[in-house]
Design a protein around this ligand. Sequence first.
Ligand code: ATP
Ligand code: MG
Length: 570
Amino acid sequence: MRQDKLLIPTLREAPADAEALSHKLLLRGGYIRQLAAGVYTYLPLGWRVLKKVSEIVREEMDRAGAQELLMPAMQPAELWRESGRYDVYGPELIRLKDRHDREFALGPTHEEVITTVVRNDVYSYRKLPMTLYQIQTKYRDERRPRFGLLRGREFMMKDAYSFDTDWEGLDKNYWNMYHAYERIFTRCGLNFRAVEADAGSIGGEGGTHEFMALAEIGEDTIVSSVNGDYAANLEKAVAGPRVRKDTGFDPGTAPAVEELHTPGASTIQQLTDSLGIQADQLVKTMLYVVDGKTIAVLVRGDHEVNEVKLKNLLGAENVRLAEYAEAAAAGAVTGFAGPVGLNIPIIVDEDVAVPAAWIVGANKADYHLKNVVLGRDFSAERTGDVRNVTEDDVCPVTGGPLQFHRGIEVGHVFKLGTKYSEKLGAKFLDPSGKEQPMIMGCYGIGVSRILSAVTEQRGDEAGGMVWPAEITPYQVHLILISVKDTAQVELAEAIYTRLQEAGVEVLFDDRDERAGVKFKDADLIGVPLRVTVGKQAGEGLVEFKNRSTGENGVLNVDQVAEEIAKFYTK
Ligand code: ATP
Ligand code: MG
């Protein structure tokens, strides 16, 4: 394509509200434009990349035996009431009414619709297993839409759903999708890891994995073994067992509780500084509201509560930190909260439920208590693992060290089981003629989010972007230095024709612009191979540059054609 006529509105500077590298580069490279918070236009370059990503997804889904369909974004509220999600989904669900006052939602996901499609048209085990997928626009009124395409309110997702007659079938389908995802993200040029994730109350063993693109901007924390296969999302990660030193602690002879005057020491740091102790000698008392009930959660001073583990331990729907007034109503003083004398349920982390005397808050401003013993001075309603693992923990599989990375969730595979098929009545007749609920799995990919994830990994604020071979908007950027130099024009036109005839996607910068402007734009656009027609055009020579390796040289036209073919047939 001739750049002169294309809509590629590059920017010297990114708008001030773009914080993430990928957001800045996609705006500056002329890939996307914002219409409203979290709502974007894909400009011609952005759309080309998106189509290539979608095509990779399609090829791999088809190869895995899935069938493509397309479901509506507009979904009757009735259907969401049937699954029980209309009320629990919350403000992320965009709701609207038609002219007859009938309620609708814009689909944030399609379990309800796909289950309806299948329940109405699939009856027999003979049609199963079946996997259906679509690439479609999703709507989620995210609390914090940000970072461009990373967290949009209108975005593109691939969602697939599998239907099986038994759990073994689901397991097979699940791993089939898992491997298709590995191929998709590899082809998209992402540096990624598959990690175990939290499956909540549904989903059996090995119930869910998230695919994470490694990047500092990512909102997820990945915990992995330095020398093993273990990798999990922080929400899910568990610590391996550690040998505890026998401190000889005997609760029977432990000294009595004593009050400590700790003026102004309402944080762990202030307390350890003022008492000259380590954070692991303290217990933190956090107040939560779990399904409407206030409870206290105790973790060691150097640990953090893991709300997902807490929720799972209690089999709860909703977990949130208590507000100041809710804590006060339970008798706790914020900043000085402690378990002694509280008459609400107390949940104790395993690392607090060890033989020890702790320092805890006194529920009295500026005071703590020491020598506090579990079982003597307060009691636990439940004990369990309710904390995040830390870098001091060991791998649960190898016992070796753990490392932490940040990741962007680009894909998610999940064993749903019978949750939706039972609620929405998706049943089949087994060979004996008995009705059974279908066993389902669901599998998502953030198709538009991939553009941002790749840009985070491949971009650089000063140097611009370099796209991976399979998803670059064009394969070669041909730059004509001077439109006034006949030899240059003739050679550039000849190369353009020849490459196009060979089926190469060429972006031809034929604009009447200064060379500096053209190179700056080319860096921002990010095509991996660049052919520059300049001073040596008269001798039939051009500059060839591989921007991912930085290699460059002066070549003739045949050599250029060869290099291009080599790069794209790897
Ligand atoms: P997140 O934790 O990032 O909100 P999610 O768990 O809500 O993701 P799923 O419901 O599993 O996501 O959706 C499938 C995929 O869709 C995700 O793996 C992610 O890649 C993508 N996705 C989810 N929300 C957004 C969004 N707001 N903008 C862009 N992509 C998204
Ligand atoms: Mg979400």
